[in-house]
Structure formats: structure tokens, C-alpha cells
Design a protein around this ligand. Structure first.
Ligand code: FE2
Ligand code: FE2
Length: 156
């Protein structure tokens, strides 16, 4: 694979993480359960870190990393689910599950790219975060944790 191709792929991966930050911005608006909301904000922060560490890798290869824009609307990566209005926790979590499936499959592919060991370590650590994000969201959807919390509140 040519250096330009590697840079292009890394840029797309960083853009995926930027899309994820925006998607979590909308997801947290739909979630009232503090514990779940805090987890989502933590995942958002992880994606920020991914954008930063991938940007350093891209710059090290002589490329220009995609810019993060705060007022960005919509998503660049095809397949990312956008939440533009209030939909409720279940829909928000399902959208993020589908988004995190995409991050997991793209990071899985990225682990096969011919990059130097330092870049590979960055990709591997990020991929590990993505696995944790998806596992948590699947667990919450499976347990319907947001419901039990609101039920407990009513009983109290
Ligand atoms: Fe990420
Ligand atoms: Fe993630």
C-alpha cells in the first residue's frame, strides 16, 4: 500500500471518530439516566482522544488530519446514524449501537493496515475502546437499564 493510501485511510478513520463525537452529542440529549449519560460522555471523550492521536499519526506521515468543527451538522461517513431530534433513550441507544458497530468494523480493518508499530499501537488501543463502547451499549439495551432506573424512582 502506498503512503498516500495509508494517509487517506487514516484520515477516513479520524473522520469516523469526528462523526462519533457529533453522534454522541445528540445521543446524550435523549438520555436522562445519569449513569448511562456519564458513560456516553466518557465515550465521546474517548473519540476526541482518538481524533487527537490519529491526527498525530497522520501528521507524522506528512498528511493533514481532518478538522473538527463544532457546528458541524450531519455525518461524513456513510452508514452513521444521525439523531436530529428527541427520540427517547431506546432509539438513541440503538442508533449508537449501529454507529459503534461501524467503528468496530472499521477499526478491525485498520488493524490489518501496513503501518509502523507506533501507529499500530494507537489503532489497537483505539479499537479496544470501541469494543468497550459497543459492549456497554449492548448491555444497556439488553438490560433496558434506563427503565429500571425510572421505575426505582417511582417506587421511592
Ligand atoms: Fe473512536
Ligand atoms: Fe466508540
Amino acid at each position: 500500500m502506498r503512503q498516500d493510501d495509508i494517509i487517506g485511510k487514516l484520515k477516513k478513520l479520524a473522520q469516523l471518530d469526528i462523526d462519533a463525537i457529533h453522534a454522541y452529542d445528540h445521543a446524550v440529549e435523549n438520555i436522562d439516566t445519569p449513569e448511562i449519560k456519564n458513560a456516553m460522555l466518557g465515550f465521546r471523550q474517548d473519540h476526541f482522544r482518538h481524533v487527537e492521536n490519529l491526527s498525530r499519526v497522520i501528521a507524522g506521515l506528512g498528511g493533514t488530519a481532518p478538522a473538527f468543527k463544532k457546528d458541524f451538522k450531519g455525518h461524513v461517513i456513510e452508514g452513521f446514524t444521525a439523531l436530529r431530534s428527541k427520540t427517547g433513550p431506546e432509539q438513541a441507544l440503538k442508533a449508537m449501537r449501529s454507529n459503534e458497530k461501524l467503528t468496530n468494523s472499521m477499526y478491525g480493518e485498520a488493524l490489518t493496515w501496513p503501518v509502523d508499530p507506533a501507529a499500530r499501537a494507537v489503532i489497537r488501543a483505539n479499537a479496544e475502546d470501541e469494543r468497550r463502547h459497543l459492549a456497554y451499549i449492548e448491555q444497556v439495551l439488553n438490560d433496558r437499564s434506563w427503565e429500571s432506573t425510572s421505575r426505582d424512582k417511582r417506587v421511592a
